[in-house]
Ligand binder design. Structure first.
Ligand code: ATP
Ligand code: MG
Length: 593
């Protein structure tokens, strides 16, 4: 493997590909022979919810670079908090990673290391590097000081080793009240880095864990778990998001101590993981963080984690975004050391580009009005081959049926059409997609049939003979556009779910926080409600081509002239259901100009 890696590096240098700072560092580490030229990463989700688009950014890096450089990326469930975790989430996480197109080497669980972490903590107590503190969490917080003011030592800081060992065991006995004692590392209460001010290593939860059952009652904290797991697994590059920058020195210290306790602290032994931080993915009009997403699910604002309005991977999948589209966006925004807020429209442009390449083109009429082709005989039909995807010939064609009575979009006809209206109206001509050029009479009386209230219920037009592709008049030039249609007798009724943004504001995270502050610290749904879009889902009836009966859930479609859609898993041949993935153009931008 090492030889291959160095060849790759030469190639990379030759190509002068522009690498992000993380990849640059990786290439340098490999070139310098660090970690014996090994490369191993991990993706460490906490199984307390479903993965979201932010996680996809971490996944693309952890798995993507391991794949590119012949390394390995393991999946590690960071399950140190039994209160909120569940196997349902573990299975969902695995499914989502696979759907994004990545493969892990091994699956590890932080809970696999509970015994090892316990033994390590005991070793640290014996070395005088950890102590049991009996103060309340408020007292501990008070003594912490501020970044500019040193903290105060706990009165329990110097208790004898034997007492610490006894109390630490008691912490795990199941008989101790949670919050009564914690195990803290004895580092430096005056350190400018607050994480060094005797951080908590263990707390009592007295709660069964979904994997280890009732074996443990005291559980390790994140900071006392993550680095050691990385080190024991042989992770070389531990990439995480920027909020962990200030944790890094502690991460390194615990790894140093672990190496020392394991007896691998040799000066030339650089077998250790290195943490590097990158900016979180942050998009306008969405709220990430599993904690907040859980509120939306529990409060019934959305229909579950995979609701197409959710920024979860499974929500995006159900909405009809492809893994390639999502990853292409992530690749575009890149990895930096500065937090940013990316525009949702940038994401939508990336997925639209991708769907353009893969979506099958079909006709669906969402706001129908009947069009009668007066000079086409009743009872007759013509069958055409419609191109599935002009971007990819290999996708082939499918049959569509033309007849005397068609459905077209109501907006495609105007009774008093201005000159610049290039669709149907008295005296106007348009081409029917894949079919004839048609024209309406100049005389409005001949053109439409109205009901008693004056609503148009039928439009009449005539086809111009020989204007289909390949026929004598096919190149006839007209001002009108090409419009889509379906044959009344050869179409199916379908349910169309048009999704819009869930959040009306650009930055829900900040708005929700500000609102909460202004309104007596209201939490959860109360703080969210004012910013939620009440019209984020509109359900419509549509007439669609019969061919759509053959499409499978999740198939990517383009409803011609309307937008990208996919087949919802709720869809059955008897009741077709489609989700709007994204419009053909940025409708939101236009609307909010
Ligand atoms: P959340 O706050 O949504 O629960 P988290 O950071 O607690 O997210 P974890 O399950 O702990 O979620 O995260 C697993 C990995 O995904 C971590 O390495 C974390 O840094 C990364 N990650 C989480 N959110 C984002 C994001 N918005 N952008 C990039 N990476 C992220
Ligand atoms: Mg978390």
């Amino acid at each position: 493997m090492s030889a291959e890696v160095s060849e790759d590096i030469k190639l990379e240098e030759g190509k002068k590909e522009s690498l992000n700072f993380i990849e640059e560092q990786l290439v340098k580490d490999l070139a310098e022979g660090k970690n014996g030229r090994r490369m191993q990463t991990r993706f460490p989700p906490e199984p307390n919810g479903y993965l979201h688009i932010g996680h996809a950014k971490a996944i693309a890096l952890d798995f993507g670079l391991a794949q590119k450089y012949g390394g390995v990326c393991n999946l590690r469930m960071d399950d140190t908090n039994p209160q909120k975790e569940d196997t349902e989430y573990v299975e969902a996480i695995k499914r989502d990673i696979e759907w994004l197109g990545f493969k892990w080497g091994n699956i590890y669980y932080a809970s696999d290391y509970f015994q090892k972490l316990w033994d390590f903590a005991v070793a640290l107590i014996k070395q005088g590097r950890a102590y049991v503190d009996e103060q309340t969490s408020e007292q501990i917080a008070e003594q912490k000081g501020t970044p500019t003011q040193p903290g105060v030592n706990s009165p329990y800081r110097d208790r004898p080793v034997e007492e610490n060992l006894r109390l630490f065991n008691e912490m795990n006995s199941g008989k101790m009240e949670p919050g009564k004692m914690v195990l803290r590392a004895k580092i430096d209460m005056a350190n400018p880095n607050m994480h060094f001010r005797d951080p908590i290593m263990y707390r009592v939860l007295n709660m069964p864990h979904w994997r280890t059952g009732t074996q443990w009652n005291a559980y390790p904290m994140y900071d006392f778990t993550h680095g050691q797991c990385d080190y024991w697994e042989g992770v070389t590059h531990s990439w995480c998001t920027l909020e962990f920058v200030s944790h890094r020195p502690l991460y390194d210290l615990f790894v140093d101590w672990a190496k020392e306790v394991d007896g691998t602290d040799h000066p030339i032994d650089d077998n250790r993981p290195r943490q590097t931080e990158f900016n979180k993915l942050n998009l306008t009009h969405i709220l990430l963080s599993k904690r907040n997403l859980l509120v939306l699910v529990k409060e019934g604002v959305v229909n579950g984690w995979d609701d197409p309005r959710m920024p979860t991977i499974c929500g995006f999948r159900r909405r009809g975004y492809s893994p390639e589209g999502i990853l292409s966006f992530i690749n575009k925004i890149g990895y930096t050391k500065f937090d940013a807020l990316n525009q949702m429209s940038l994401f939508e442009a990336a997925v639209r580009d991708d769907l353009n390449k893969r979506a099958q083109r079909v006709s669906a009429v969402i706001n129908p009005v009947k069009l009668v082709i007066a000079n086409f005989p009743e009872g007759e039909i013509e069958v055409y081959q419609a191109v599935n995807n002009p971007e990819n010939e290999a996708d082939g064609t499918h049959e569509i049926v033309f007849s005397r009575e068609l459905w077209i979009e109501r907006e495609d006809f105007m009774e008093e059409a201005p000159k610049k209206f290039f669709r149907l109206g008295p005296g106007k001509q348009v081409r029917l997609k894949n079919s004839y050029i048609i024209q309406c009479s100049e005389n409005i009386e001949e053109c439409v049939v109205k009901d008693a209230e004056g609503n148009i219920v039928e439009i009449h037009a005539e086809l111009i003979p020989e204007t289909k592709t390949g026929q004598a008049n096919s190149d006839m030039k007209i001002k009108g556009k090409t419009i889509h249609w379906v044959s009344c007798q050869h179409c199916l009724e379908a349910e169309v779910r048009n999704y819009d943004r869930l959040w009306m504001v650009e930055n829900p995270r900040d708005e929700v926080a500000a609102y909460s502050k202004e309104h007596g610290d209201v939490r959860g749904i109360e703080a969210m409600r004012p910013f939620l879009n009440p019209n984020s889902l509109e359900i419509k009836k549509a007439y669609v081509e019969e061919w759509l009966k053959t499409r499978k859930p999740m198939d990517y479609l383009q409803f011609l002239r309307i937008g990208y859609y996919n087949v919802d898993p709720d869809s059955t041949p008897e009741h077709l259901v489609f989700n709007r993935t994204v419009g053909l153009t940025d409708a939101w931008k236009k609307m909010n100009k």
